[in-house]
Design a protein around this ligand. Sequence first.
Ligand code: 4AD
Ligand code: MG
Length: 441
Amino acid sequence: PKAEKIKVKSVTDSIGKRVKLQGWIHRLRSQKGLVFVVLRDGTGFVQIVFSGDLANAYQTSTLTVESTISVYGVVEKLPEGKSAPGGVELVADFYEIVGLAPSGKDSFTNQIAEDTDPSILLDQRHLALRGEVLSSVMKVRAALLGAVRRVYIEEGVCEVTPPCMVQTQVEGGSTLFKLDYYGQEAYLTQSSQLYLETCLPALGDVYCIQESFRAEKSHTRRHLSEYTHIEAELCFITFEDLLSHIETVITKTVQYVLEDPVAGPLVKKLNPDFEAPKSPFKRMAYVDALEWLNEHGIPNEDGEAFKFGDDIAEAAERKMTDTIGVPILLTRFPVEIKSFYMKKCADDPRVTESVDVLMPTVGEITGGSMRLEGVDELVAGLRREGIDEKEYYWFIDQRKYGTSPHGGYGLGTERILAWLCQRFTVRDCSLYPRFTGRCKP
Ligand code: 4AD
Ligand code: MG
């Protein structure tokens, strides 16, 4: 009889039909003259049973995990008490080996032990991706990027694709990756913010999903050298508008991911206790955070009590966020610990209209601010940072030719994913993570 070629995700719609499936052998076991295979094709998992002559065939005994096969058979609903993915199995009547994977010492198991040396897994990332956890995170990632685009479309924000090779810095010279650009000095972009700002007069509110690069010297669980940066810039807004827009984008994006038929159940599995955040988030000013940290005996980087102007470093920030246990909009950071482009608060020029979104388990997932609006104050900000304003003429022109009160933010895709999928490190949330010393595969 004829067999329709289908993907694993639609086997449950084909009960009683003869179908053809193609994929990788994810699990393999023989029992009482039967051979059970769990087949994986990227869209899901299905159990296949080989019996009789098929199970006894010479070829069946050579099958290995990660081999590819084409298999034909009828999809049957499993009786009560038997379990397999989707509650069905394919009763095979014919199969062919497409590519036999090695056995013995060259075999690869996608069942990754908890105590496996992480550097081995990173060297073998191309194979490790086949494991259930990493592939699940990548599917949630795909849904997240789709969800965030959907939210921006709904909010009327226009997508642009800024360049990766640039001659300006955004977030400090110490983390720039330099490159030789036809004999000129250029950098890999740290943030597309400056380019987004220039788009406002042409396109109105804009966003991009673009790689950002940071030559981070330190090994931490939440820093990558290359990450996928979701950034948006909005014109004619107040700081309050910016904060509520950020809440909307985060809550709606998470809602759409949880509603997604593929990603929703994966988040549930990876992070069973995950609670979708609700607007409005808890708001906390920087000075109140210092007070909170001091009251709770959490010291600054020098082991002393926090004082105004101190950076709240990763460990302290996470301790505070985990203890408070809900999303926090941390606002009004001092001028001296923030970037050159940030607008000062009207009621206190020592602090800026800036915000970090902190999530339990990860800490900062978003950083944003209102921007300086005038040419002179911007040039002063650049000089304070030791930056020669000549290379920034195009950015300064944004203020010269019709300035506006505007602001924006950047969301770290891998950090949101680490929070959503309960991963210890953002390295699990990037396809091929780049960090200090690692640029392969
Ligand atoms: O706080 P950051 O440095 O802010 C900016 O780049 C602004 N120019 C964004 C803007 O306003 N358009 O970075 C924004 C976010 C962080 O909150 C974090 O989630 C993520 O980007 N991020 C990193 N993620 C992984 N590895 C790194 N090294 C990261 N650095 C920042
Ligand atoms: Mg930041």
